[in-house]
Structures are given as structure tokens and as C-alpha cells.
Design a protein around this ligand. Structure first.
Ligand code: CO8
Length: 257
């Protein structure tokens, strides 16, 4: 299993477990995560979830670039749809999901965290949408959810530059609710999940559903536009150059074609 599931009385801890690749999200991991969500959704004992990354360095460094490197636009769109399915599911999951961001949350990893209800960050956390550095754009909801969690201007700065933000900046911009010393993060996340698990589950599920509506404004329609724009990026030479440069550990040269 590349995503571990631990049940602790009324809460469940999901751990993305591929630390050698900074927990980059392969299709298998998305399938695993989905499978766990199936069992947790129908388990009346479980009332709140914590999502985190294995190892000391990453929550997750995003979608698996290996998987995208040679992708055709249609394959890229399919992979992006897979990510949309999981992020939409987390956002609409009938139990609260807390992201315990223990390191890098980049690209699809940041987008996964953005689909969670509450983000807690360790002092080592770094958030970012660095897709432009590899010749593409965010494709798992980041164009929409970063703007909604922070502001359109801040989202555009992050998306246009690909720069990473620290945990403190994440908290200041609304991207993270709280920042904790690295070694305390999981205890804090578990304590918050346990506190929420003492509340009435129906009221919590209903509140989540209604708060989500506060930011609605045709999210699904805008996500469909994101999918098409993401797939179109795979018609460009810049996408091939960006991803080749990543694995060759050099700076890409983007030519605008
Ligand atoms: N995919 C695949 N492998 C990865 C990824 C990734 N996203 N990130 C890191 N790795 C691998 C590296 O290749 C490396 O493997 P190896 O040891 O075999 O060389 C290992 O993890 C460790 O990484 P580094 O050596 O690069 O570690 P550093 O400490 O030097 O750097 C960084 C850490 C800064 C986090 C760096 O790894 C990095 O920039 N990673 C990529 C981050 C990124 O660009 N993420 C966005 C990916 S695109 C995306 O998520 C789009 C999502 C939406 C659409 C998806 C649908 C198609």
C-alpha cells in the first residue's frame, strides 16, 4: 500500500507513503487514497480524518512528473481528471479532513491540501504551485482553490512565479490555519480531529456542506476550464523541455512554443 491507513478510535490517519520520491502522487496512490475513503465514508465509528506525508521532508511534492513527462494532451487530461476526482471527493467528504502539512506541499500536493477542510503546517512546511517551472500550469484545482483560500492576486503571484511560501507566510495569507513546531504537528492534528470527533457528526457534515457553498460560484465549471487548459499545455514544446530539465536537474529554457 502506498497510502497507509491507521484507525485510532474515532479518527483515521491517512499517510502518503512514498518518501523516496517525496510522496509524489502516482496513479496507484490516488487509487489507494480513494479506496481508503470508500471504507472510511461508510464506517460510522470514524468521524474525522487527518492526511499527512511519510518521512521528514514532504507532505507531497505533487503529481508524479515521471507519469506526465511523455503524456499526450489526452493522457494528461485523464491524469488531471483523476486528481480532480480525489480532490473533489475530499472537499465533499461527509467527515472533516485535516491536512497535517509536514514539509513540501507542492503542485498537486498543495492542491490536495487545498481540498482539505483545515490545513495545519509544521514550521518546515513549504507550499507552492511550481507547475510553470516545468512548462505547465496547475491541474488539480489549484487555479480555483488557491484563489479562494487566499486571494486572486496572491494565487496569481504563486502560479505565475512558482515560488514557494513558508509556513508563516501560509498562515498569514489564510493558506494554513496554524503553524506548529515540526515535532508537535501530528499531536496537534490528532487533537483537533479528536475534538471535532466529539461533536455531533450530522451537524458537522451539514456545516461542511453549507460552508462549502459560501465559495461556490460554479466551481465545477471553472474546474472543467482548468482541465482543458492543463491538457493544452501538453501540446507545447515548453512542457517537454520543462519536464526534461527537471529530471536532468538543470534550468529549463522556455521558447514559447
Ligand atoms: N514527481 C516525481 N518525482 C519527484 C517529484 C515529483 N513531483 N518531486 C520529487 N521527486 C523525486 C526526485 O526526482 C528525486 O528522485 P531521485 O532521488 O530518484 O533523483 C527525489 O524525489 C528527491 O527529490 P530531489 O532530488 O529533487 O530533492 P531536492 O531536495 O533537491 O528538491 C524539491 C526538493 C524542491 C521538492 C524538488 O524535488 C521539486 O522541485 N520537486 C517537484 C515539485 C513540483 O514541481 N511539483 C509539481 C509537479 S506538477 C503537478 O503536481 C501538477 C498537478 C496537477 C496535474 C496533474 C495531472 C497530470
Amino acid at each position: 500500500m502506498s497510502v497507509d491507513l491507521e484507525r485510532r478510535e474515532r479518527i483515521a490517519i491517512l499517510t502518503l507513503n512514498r518518501p523516496d520520491a517525496l510522496n509524489a502522487l502516482s496513479v496507484e496512490m490516488l487509487d489507494d487514497l480513494d479506496g481508503h475513503l470508500n471504507s472510511l465514508e461508510n464506517d460510522p465509528e470514524i468521524r474525522a480524518l487527518v492526511l499527512t506525508g511519510a518521512g521528514e521532508r514532504a507532505f507531497t511534492a505533487g503529481a508524479d512528473i515521471n507519469h506526465m513527462r511523455e503524456a499526450t494532451p489526452l493522457e494528461a487530461r485523464q491524469y488531471a481528471r483523476r486528481g480532480h476526482a480525489v480532490t473533489n471527493r475530499l472537499e465533499n467528504f461527509p467527515k472533516p479532513v485535516i491536512a497535517a502539512v509536514n514539509g513540501y506541499a507542492l503542485g498537486g500536493g498543495c492542491e490536495l491540501a487545498l481540498a482539505c477542510d483545515i490545513r495545519l503546517a509544521s514550521e518546515k512546511a513549504q507550499f507552492g504551485l511550481p507547475e510553470v517551472n516545468i512548462g505547465i500550469l496547475p491541474g488539480w484545482g489549484g487555479t480555483q482553490r488557491m484563489a479562494r483560500a487566499t486571494s486572486p492576486g496572491f494565487a496569481k503571484e504563486l502560479i505565475f512565479t512558482g515560488r514557494r511560501v513558508t509556513a508563516d507566510e501560509a498562515r498569514a495569507t489564510g493558506l494554513a490555519n496554524h503553524v506548529y513546531p515540526h515535532d508537535e504537528l501530528m499531536d496537534r492534528a490528532v487533537a483537533l480531529a479528536e475534538e471535532i470527533a466529539t461533536k455531533p457528526p450530522w451537524a458537522i457534515a451539514a456545516a461542511k456542506e453549507v460552508v462549502n457553498l459560501a465559495l461556490e460560484g460554479d466551481l465545477q465549471g471553472h474546474l472543467a476550464r482548468e482541465l482543458d487548459a492543463f491538457a493544452l499545455a501538453f501540446t507545447t514544446e515548453d512542457q517537454r523541455e520543462g519536464m526534461a530539465a527537471f529530471f536532468e536537474k538543470r534550468t529549463p529554457e522556455f521558447r514559447g512554443r
